[in-house]
Design a protein around this ligand. Structure first.
Ligand SMILES: NC(=O)c1ccc[n+]([C@@H]2O[C@H](COP(=O)([O-])OP(=O)(O)OC[C@H]3O[C@@H](n4cnc5c(N)ncnc54)[C@H](OP(=O)(O)O)[C@@H]3O)[C@@H](O)[C@H]2O)c1
Length: 255
């Protein structure tokens, strides 16, 4: 009999992506399909990009279906995810939806700021709880949550996004502890700056990475049964140092 406290190290055969057009999620799906994954559900707001993403994964040989999912409509999450799990076991859920927002605009428009928080945090609380319970019901599975290094310390430049990711990160860690011993394992992924369409045009900091590098790190984390990963890994000690930097000094840093 398997020890439910020990994370599995095999890669998933079936994958559910929440945020089905996410560039990081699609790079991860491509990598997992090349390894072992055969069934993929892409959950997202209905749009041509979602169908195009599904087509691109089908071309790699996976059985891919799409399902309408809106992070900002938590009342629907139970029904939407329930339908997916009713079709067959899901070995891994990748919680990938999120918005960066526009800090300068959002500071002046609290309703827009709340959309960032509602998508990244409260939407993930609802979807994470529903997915966690469904995985627990089948007795196994992984929940992989795309947090961000921004979660570790809110910066002047993006504290609305950063605080929503801090909430998400703390929630995911707690959910992982709540599910410990049930056969369900939660892995928190903290990428730094990733070069994608959402970050196109933004100042590219040192240590910027790519969706493919995040996918590689996720595969390694799954194989190792990791609970938290940083991408790139060198951000871990850097963020630890920044987290403990006194406020007066932190405010003056060009981060
Ligand atoms: N790129 C980075 O630098 C970076 C760094 C650290 C962490 N992350 C995190 O990684 C995750 C994926 O980001 P990415 O770079 O792959 O960005 P992306 O390509 O812009 O993906 C974001 C995804 O979130 C979805 N989404 C937004 N609002 C939604 C809603 N209300 N309901 C359902 N889905 C919604 C988008 O769907 P639509 O197509 O419908 O908009 C899209 O699928 C995000 O959580 C992000 O915060 C990104």
């Amino acid at each position: 009999m398997k020890d439910a406290t020990v994370p599995p190290t095999e890669l998933p055969r079936s994958l559910l992506v929440l945020g089905g057009t996410s560039e990081i999620a699609l790079a991860t799906a491509r990598r997992l399909i090349a390894r072992r994954t055969r069934t993929v559900w892409l959950a997202g707001r209905p749009c041509p990009a979602l169908e195009k993403a599904a087509g691109s994964l089908r071309a790699l040989g996976a059985d891919v279906r799409t399902v309408a999912f809106d992070a900002l409509d938590p009342e629907s999450h139970e029904t939407v995810l329930g339908k997916v799990f009713a079709e067959g076991a899901i070995d891994m859920v990748l919680l990938a939806f999120g918005v960066l927002g526009d800090q300068a605009h959002d500071e002046r428009d609290p309703v827009r700021a709340v959309r960032v928080a509602g998508t990244n945090y409260t939407g993930a609380v609802s979807a994470g709880l529903v997915a966690g319970r469904a995985l627990q019901g089948q007795g196994h599975g992984r929940l992989v949550v795309l947090s961000a290094t921004a979660a570790e310390r809110a910066r002047r430049a993006d504290f609305i996004y950063g605080s929503s990711k801090a909430g998400l990160d703390a929630f995911a860690q707690g959910l992982g502890d709540a599910l410990h011993g049930t056969g369900v394992h939660v892995m928190v992924v903290r990428p730094g700056f990733v070069r994608t369409r959402r970050t196109a045009g933004l100042r590219r900091p040192p240590l910027a990475t790519t969706p493919e590098a995040v996918a590689t790190a996720i595969e390694l984390g799954l194989r190792r049964g990791s609970e938290t990963i940083w991408v790139p890994g060198s951000l871990r000690p850097l963020m630890a140092a920044l987290r403990h930097t006194p406020r007066a000094l932190f405010r003056r840093l060009p981060v």
